[in-house]
Design a protein around this ligand. Structure first.
Ligand SMILES: CC(C)(COP(=O)(O)OP(=O)(O)OC[C@H]1O[C@@H](n2cnc3c(N)ncnc32)[C@H](O)[C@@H]1OP(=O)(O)O)[C@@H](O)C(=O)NCCC(=O)NCCS
Length: 156
């Protein structure tokens, strides 16, 4: 049986991650960002003592999805910055697995809340967030160049 493993991004994952990112988003992140996470073993110190973290989900050591989150220096809440699953691997629970992994990691360091922004039109992602117990708490107008963002949150 093939199992999904979650681990820090490595340099050899970059092509897979960049490919998933480009196919998943109208404005994909630059591959340099993922390269930086890989060089720092998935944990990058950011400006103002914030911390960025990235994990990939793999099957047979091939990347099938990833998640990026940020822990701000006040450690009040975790903030999911990016999540995507390879198109042909969707609806198999991998997105849920990645989110629950982040919630567990935050809980381990006594951070009880996680939030994220999502395009108001992104129904698949909004369904996923509700599926893992997140709630719609707010909306930010014009958060994206061309669209508002819905804010989802969960307290564990
Ligand atoms: C959003 C995304 C990460 C979901 O990943 P996934 O691995 O398919 O999610 P899961 O399989 O864990 O889905 C769990 C539940 O979420 C809901 N869900 C997920 N995708 C859905 C969809 N397209 N339509 C309706 N509900 C959906 C369902 O309730 C699903 O449970 P079910 O399959 O038993 O019905 C994936 O669609 C993706 O990569 N999209 C492109 C990138 C993106 O939009 N990222 C979010 C940016 S904010």
């Amino acid at each position: 049986m093939v199992t999904v493993e979650i681990r820090p991004i490595r340099l050899k994952d970059l092509d897979d991650v960049t490919d998933i990112e480009q196919r998943s988003f109208p404005e994909p992140w630059d591959s340099d960002i993922f390269d930086t996470f890989a060089c720092w073993d998935g944990e990058v110190p950011l400006a103002e003592k914030n911390l960025g973290l990235m994990r990939v989900a793999t099957e047979n050591d091939r990347v099938v999805g990833y998640v990026v989150w940020m822990i701000p220096n006040d450690r009040a809440k975790g903030h999911i910055m990016n999540i995507a699953v390879r198109e042909e691997c969707r609806r198999r629970g991998i997105g849920s697995l990645l989110l629950r992994h982040v919630f567990n990691e935050l809980a381990k360091v006594d951070i009880p809340i996680c939030i994220l922004e999502v395009r108001t039109s992104n129904d698949a992602a909004k369904h996923l967030y509700e599926h893992v117990g997140m709630s719609l708490v707010d909306r930010k107008e014009n958060y994206y160049d061309d669209e508002d963002a819905d804010i989802y949150s969960i307290r564990f």
